[in-house]
Design a protein around this ligand. Structure first.
Ligand SMILES: [Zn+2]
Length: 335
């Protein structure tokens, strides 16, 4: 076994974002591809349980993404349906796929060679403006929430709002405070810049960007400026690098595993080694067959470790990037 393989095998590997729940729900995904079996090895899409194991993933964060057609009025119901689909996967996994609600659950999964799933809401519409609903999602195991997707909602402005100047609403501020009280991670990926700074001002605990890259290397507005990266790191947070091609490079032809490592290098340069992790967004984007990509699917994750080694990262630092940094924040915020 190569040194890279043994580092990857020993490491707690955490991927901070995917849209796989949508892909396996009976209603199918927003890409119009048929739903697929989570327990069989598929060639389609990016993630299923066999490929998570091949990729050496210890914990996969699973997004509860509220599609636009459910907003705003049916957002909580849709989120509950997705939670039901997730719990169905746990039930049918024969104990191989387990819920993580705190850091220790991820360490337990590693020790038992299982895969853990951590639940994260993508789009604060899900709580329908109610802190009670938020608390009930927490009771159901949800441990993170992105306040918006790309649109404006009653909590904040998303990155897709062209005016985007209004930042967090009063309700958004209450939600951030309640999430910190409960022990939930506030996720700033998809927020407009003014909303980001609103969270930064209010946050007393580390907050995260589950799937965003560095704007210095790819100009997409979903990526973070160096000032944002510094600010997030100053509160102890983590940025998960995202494999979705438009966030990796402005020129789609330059999208590659090496280019995603350039983003890791850049975030390390700006914020230090303790604030970068993985946030693939697997199953959240499609790739035209034959066009350049970071990796084919999650089973290829060990290639990332090889590339980090090639770039001269030390073993301890590679393990931080693969999951150690996420784990530290989970310990701090989730308990
Ligand atoms: Zn997203």
């Amino acid at each position: 076994m190569s040194k890279a393989q043994s580092i990857h095998q020993e490491a707690v590997v955490i991927d901070g974002h995917c849209d796989t729940i949508l892909s396996v729900m009976t209603r199918g995904s927003w890409f119009g591809v048929p739903p697929r079996d989570f327990f069989e090895r598929n060639e389609q899409g990016h993630i299923d349980l066999p490929r998570l194991k091949e990729g050496g993933i210890t914990c996969q964060v699973m997004a509860l993404y509220i599609e636009p057609q459910y907003k705003p009025a049916a957002s909580a119901r849709r989120c509950l349906e997705m939670l039901d689909a997730f719990y169905d996967l746990l039930d049918r996994s024969g104990g191989e796929f387990v819920l993580a609600t705190k850091a220790q659950h991820i360490l337990d999964a590693k020790a038992q060679a299982k895969v853990a799933g951590l639940l994260s809401i993508e789009g604060g519409e899900a709580i329908e403006g109610s802190l009670s609903v938020l608390r009930n999602f927490y009771r159901l195991g949800v441990r993170a929430m992105g306040l918006t997707w790309n649109q404006r909602n009653d909590l904040a402005d998303g990155v897709g709002e062209k005016s985007g100047k209004s930042g967090l609403t009063d309700l958004g501020i209450s939600v951030v405070k309640e999430m910190e009280k409960l022990g939930m991670l506030v996720d700033v990926s998809h927020l407009s810049e003014s909303s980001f700074w609103g969270v930064h001002q209010v946050a007393e605990r580390p907050y995260i960007a589950s799937h965003s890259n560095a704007r210095a290397l790819a100009s997409h507005p979903r990526n973070l400026t160096d000032k944002q990266i510094e600010a997030l790191a100053s509160k102890g947070g983590v940025i998960g690098v995202v494999f979705c091609p438009p966030f990796v490079d402005d020129d789609r032809e330059n999208v590659s595993l090496s280019r995603i490592c350039d983003h890791i290098d850049h975030i390390v340069k700006v914020a230090g080694i303790d604030h970068v992790g993985l946030g693939s967004d697997f199953d959240g984007f499609g790739v035209t067959p034959g066009s350049p990509q970071v990796m084919k699917d999650v089973s290829e994750m060990p290639k990332l470790t090889e590339e980090l080694m090639r770039r001269g990262y030390k073993e301890d630092d590679i393990k931080k990037i693969l999951g150690g940094n996420w784990l530290r924040v989970y310990e701090q915020v989730l308990g």
